[in-house]
Design a protein around this ligand. Structure first.
Ligand code: ZN
Length: 80
């Protein structure tokens, strides 16, 4: 799938491999290696249907504790 144009701002997009942040049962997870189209102007990300299904499968694996993290990072929380 290639959209080519950002639906938010109309900017050009490029294919990239990104990290997706998810909160699953109150814990933060980063899913790496996700293929996305990223808007070069506003940073909006678009995922193909196939990639969204892959993310959903990983979410299920995380919920069922079927997947081990590759690494654990600290996340700093700040107040607005
Ligand atoms: Zn955009």
């Amino acid at each position: 799938m290639k959209v080519g144009k950002c639906p938010i701002c109309g900017g050009d997009t490029k294919e990239d491999i990104v990290e997706v942040q998810e909160i699953i049962e109150g814990e933060a997870y980063i899913i790496s290696g996700v293929n996305a189209e990223v808007c070069v102007q506003c940073g909006e990300r678009m995922y193909s249907l196939g990639e969204m299904r892959r993310i959903e499968k990983v979410r299920e694996k995380i919920k069922n504790r079927m997947i081990e993290p590759m690494e654990v990072r600290r996340i700093a929380v700040v107040s607005l």
